[in-house]
Design a protein around this ligand. Sequence first.
Ligand code: FAD
Length: 403
Amino acid sequence: MKNNKTIIVVGGGPSGLMAAWVLSEHFEVHLFEKEKMVGQKLLLAGKGGFNLTNKLEGVSLASKYSPNGFLDSTLKEFGSQAFRDWLFSLGIPTWEGSSGRVFPEKGITPAQVLTKILDSLKSRGVVFHLKHKLESFNLKPEFLFSYPGGKLEIKPDYAILALGGASWASTGSDGRWVNMLNDNKIATIEFQPSNCGVNINWPEAVKLFHTGKPLKNIVLSVNEKSSRGEALITDYGLEGNAVYPLVPEIRALLKKNNFPVIKIDFKPLNTIGQLIQKGKDAKANAASYASLFNLNSVFIAVIKAYTNRSAYGDPAQFAEKLKCIELPVISLRPIEEAISTVGGLSLKEINPDFSLKKCDNIYAIGEMLDWDAPTGGFLLQGSFSMGYFVGKNIIRKENGTMI
Ligand SMILES: Cc1cc2nc3c(=O)[nH]c(=O)nc-3n(C[C@H](O)[C@H](O)[C@H](O)COP(=O)(O)OP(=O)(O)OC[C@H]3O[C@@H](n4cnc5c(N)ncnc54)[C@H](O)[C@@H]3O)c2cc1C
């Protein structure tokens, strides 16, 4: 027998779906989504490498989230193995790639992942209200939705806001809910792009002949922060898994009106000394660099574009450039293109159980909160974990077993 409290979840992304799933064991849950379908950003995430989570657990997993400590209790309750077990119970087995990223088993499409989650929610009695847009709410709490048939006012016992960040507005996550929060004097922070590309003023020789080509097995660094992996040359700059972890550092420098510089190490497995020696031993000249140092044409083009003629012709100076080419960054790519955003609802407005300090029957979870994490499965893990944690917290509150 379900508890007769009215529970609404607003926003049908990973965090909202998970909160609805947990709560539906004890309550009739009504899930409101302004688009004609839920989970559109989840499906978009599936178009690239669909990193559902990561093999990291415990302190190593929690350390990926900022601000520090923000998700510790949440991840303790629902870490990556718990998430994988939950997916498995829904018929979504997962596998771990060599980088530690966790994906759905080969052959399982993103649409099938979403369908299995939705089938489970429906079987648990969750009521879906699609094309229902939250227009306003107050702290009594009362919620007003608009839908094609008119307006709907609800006075829930508990409400969970899971409205998403502000990138890829076509998925429904447009960040326009900020005004509603401000109307209730709840502080928000300006959205900024995270896990996004950077604008670099490429010399024509690179742009013309190497746009769309990857720089593989490199190390990029900005100040003390470095990141290993791959970066894609685009007509505007660089994208890719080696770039994204540097975005917080770049964002901070840009904010202080400093000009960030990305340094590229093309030979992370060699020291400068080894490379210089190699050049000497082989009596290298510019024509032999590619075979001697095992460099492809993209590496050569980038180094050439950022090295003056005499330094390029000198094997010792060329060897130094292999360890450090400096690319000045103009700016980050626009929010709309970013994989995730920072900013949104200020964490100062949130209690440790994710309820609002101004109304503890309203909760806020997922990317709408001001937190950050790198790619690699950490964004989805964080969002699903918050949904789980909030669901359990509300159940505990109702049972009088809140810790
Ligand atoms: C291109 C791309 C690739 C990605 N790849 C990965 C990946 O591989 N791994 C990973 O971990 N993460 C990835 N992410 C990030 C991940 O998808 C998001 O962090 C995650 O979806 C956030 O979940 P959420 O529930 O907080 O919000 P969202 O998924 O954004 O959902 C929010 C929902 O709220 C609804 N909503 C908003 N306003 C209202 C309103 N007023 N009324 C009613 N409903 C409303 C929206 O329509 C939306 O459905 C990727 C993101 C992008 C853009």
